[in-house]
Design a protein around this ligand. Structure first.
Ligand SMILES: O=C(O)CCC(=O)C(=O)O
Length: 270
């Protein structure tokens, strides 16, 4: 068994050309529930994704999610209100351009995901698979949540890859995370009706106080566990913010039959 594991490690290193996480980074991921890898996507790939994003927004290519549809704090009250047509995400990113296939099959991404999830890597198309857009005037605040809240898999073992297409920082609403929150147990009463952490619950306050902002440059990737609590403010800058987000699981962890997680095909990336 040890020999097989050793060969697998060698195979990973030789195909990736040192693309993978270091042992320290893997340890940090499992301890904190997230890790950032800098400059994983090339400037050329980021530029192509930005062009797809701008085109999708300019032509309003469906499927879209609008800020007004979610009703988060700061969002326009309805589709008819000022800013009511503001897009929050371009859905089905994978189908929008071949550049997303190139990204999903890029060893810089895949080798790292395989280190976390095992050799049989799968990308569900039912979740994330989107370009998150955060516009300056009409964006919203996303409360503290775990992505698994509306997902249904045999095990809560998925990892997200959040790729910045531009600078992300607290002013324009970068993600904030709570380190170690993927390893803790929670009572149902700590959540509101939409499964956000209740800000007024004293049990949640030390957790929220431990938050860290994740500033990114274009091409940087935030890997985070589907149980890691994260949140983000609206965009207070005067420039839009765009990020590409996919989620992944190992081949042994299947979506539950009949659930929304099982409603779309999955990409087998092995
Ligand atoms: O950028 C944001 O507002 C957070 C988005 C997010 O966490 C989500 O949609 O799951």
């Amino acid at each position: 068994m040890a020999a097989i594991e050793f060969c697998w490690t060698l195979a990973l290193m030789s195909t990736s050309g040192c693309n993978g996480f270091s042992p320290e980074e893997i340890e940090a991921f499992w301890r904190d529930g997230f890790i950032v890898s800098r400059g994983l996507a090339s400037p050329e790939m980021v530029d192509r994704m930005r062009r797809v994003t701008l085109d999708g927004l300019a032509r309003r290519i469906e499927p879209l999610e609008l800020e007004a549809d979610l009703n988060y704090p700061g969002a326009p009250e309805s589709r008819d209100a000022a800013g009511g047509g503001t897009v929050r995400r371009l859905k089905q990113a994978h189908a929008r351009d071949y550049v997303f296939t190139e990204w999903l099959t890029d060893p810089a991404l895949g080798d790292r995901m395989r280190q976390l999830l095992g050799p049989r890597l799968v990308c569900p198309l039912a979740h994330h698979n989107c370009i998150m857009t955060k516009e300056p005037r009409f964006s919203s605040d996303t409360g503290w949540h775990q992505d698994i809240r509306y997902w249904s898999f045999e095990r809560p073992e998925l990892v997200n890859a959040w790729l910045a297409l531009g600078p992300e920082h607290p002013e324009n609403g970068c993600l904030k995370v709570i380190p170690g929150s993927h390893r803790m147990a929670y009572e149902p009463s700590q959540f509101d009706a939409e499964s956000f952490l209740r800000q007024d619950d004293p049990r949640n306050q030390p957790l929220i106080a431990a938050q860290q902002s994740v500033s990114l440059d274009p091409g940087d990737v935030l890997f985070f566990h589907c149980l890691t609590f994260h949140a983000a403010s609206r965009n207070h800058s005067d420039q839009p913010k765009y990020s590409v987000v996919f989620t992944f699981h190992g081949g042994e962890n299947r979506p539950r039959p009949g659930s929304r997680s099982a409603s779309s095909p999955e990409l087998l990336l092995s």
